[in-house]
Design a protein around this ligand. Structure first.
Ligand code: ADP
Ligand code: MG
Length: 268
C-alpha cells in the first residue's frame, strides 16, 4: 500500500443534522481524533456559534480572537486562526460564542454561500481530512458548510423520533447538490447513543437500516460515559481512555471511512 506519499487534497466532511443533541459534536471530535491517531493530518472546523467543539478540546471560546467567522466574513487567513491542539496531527479552526450575529452579517455579502469553501480551499492541501461540526440549524453557516464539503455524515440518535427532520435535511442536501455543490455526497448515516439494553434502540436501528440500507454505517456508536464526560476534560475520549467502548467505536468508524475511501486496505 504505497500511496501514502501522494495523497489527494484533503477530504472535507460535514457532520450535519439540524436537530440538536444527536451527537454531531461528539462525532466531530472523536472521529477527527481517531483519524489523527491513525496519522492522518486532520482539521476540525467548529461551525457552530455554541462552540462546543472548541470548548470540548479545552479552549475557552471567550478567549478566541480569530474564529472561522473572521475567516469567512473579514477575510482573516485561516492560518492565522488555526490552533494546533495538544493531540498529534489534530488542528482546530475554532468558533466563538458572541458571533451568532455573523449569520446575519453574511446575508449582505456577495457569494454568501461560498465563504466557507473559499476559506477552506486555501488550506486543503495541508490536511488529509477536514471535519466540519455544523450548528443545529439549516441556516447560512450550515449551507456554507455543505457547499464546502465533499461529503456529509448524518448522526441519528437511537431515540424516539429518530427520523424526524431527516426528510428536510435530505431535501436541503438535494437542493445544494443541484445548485451549489454538484459533487456533495452522503458519506453515511451514523447511528449514535445506541443502548443494547433498551429495546427502542434496537427498533431505531432496524427502522433506519431498513429505510436507508447501505447508506447507514456498519459502525454503531454506543451510549458511553467516556464520550459524554471527556469534553469536560478538554480531550477526545481516545486521550482519556483509549480502550473505552466509545473511543473504540469512533476508531472503527474512522477505519470504515478510510476503507470506503480507498485510504486503508481492507482487513482480513
Ligand atoms: P450535537 O452536537 O448534535 O448537539 P452532542 O455531540 O453535543 O450533540 O451530544 C449531545 C449530548 O449527548 C452531549 O451531552 C454529549 O456528551 C452526549 N453524547 C453524545 N454522544 C454520546 C454517546 N455516544 N454516549 C453518551 N453520551 C453522548
Ligand atoms: Mg454540537
Amino acid at each position: 500500500f504505497g500511496s501514502a506519499t501522494h495523497r489527494p487534497m484533503g477530504k472535507v466532511i460535514a457532520i450535519a443534522n439540524q436537530k440538536g443533541g444527536v451527537g454531531k459534536t461528539t462525532t466531530t471530535i472523536n472521529l477527527a481524533a481517531s483519524l489523527a491517531a491513525l496519522e492522518f493530518q486532520t482539521l476540525i472546523v467548529d461551525a457552530d456559534p455554541q462552540a462546543n467543539s472548541t470548548s470540548g478540546l479545552g479552549y475557552n471560546p471567550k478567549e478566541i480572537e480569530n474564529s472561522i467567522y473572521e475567516c469567512m466574513v473579514e477575510g482573516v487567513r485561516p492560518q492565522d486562526a488555526i490552533i494546533q491542539t495538544d493531540f498529534p496531527n489534530l488542528d482546530l479552526l475554532p468558533s466563538h460564542i458572541d458571533l451568532v450575529g455573523a449569520e446575519i452579517e453574511m446575508i449582505n455579502l456577495q457569494n454568501r454561500e461560498d465563504k466557507m469553501k473559499t476559506t477552506l480551499d486555501s488550506i486543503r492541501d495541508d490536511y488529509d481530512f477536514i471535519i466540519i461540526d455544523c450548528s443545529p440549524s439549516l441556516g447560512l453557516i450550515t449551507i456554507n458548510s455543505l457547499t464546502a464539503a465533499d461529503s456529509v455524515i448524518i448522526p441519528v440518535q437511537c431515540e424516539y423520533f429518530a427520523l424526524e427532520g431527516l426528510g428536510k435535511l435530505l431535501n436541503t442536501i438535494k437542493i445544494i447538490q443541484s445548485r451549489l455543490n454538484t459533487h456533495l455526497a452522503i458519506e453515511g448515516i451514523l447511528l449514535t447513543m445506541y443502548d443494547l439494553r433498551v429495546r427502542l434502540s434496537n427498533q431505531v436501528v432496524g427502522e433506519v437500516t431498513s429505510h436507508f440500507q447501505q447508506m447507514v454505517f456498519s459502525t454503531i456508536i454506543p451510549r458511553n460515559i467516556r464520550l459524554s464526560e471527556s469534553p469536560s476534560f478538554g480531550v477526545p475520549a481516545l486521550a482519556q481512555d483509549a480502550d473505552s467502548k466509545g473511543a473504540v467505536s469512533y476508531l472503527n468508524l474512522a477505519r470504515e471511512i478510510l476503507i470506503k475511501n480507498g485510504m486503508m486496505p481492507q482487513e482480513a
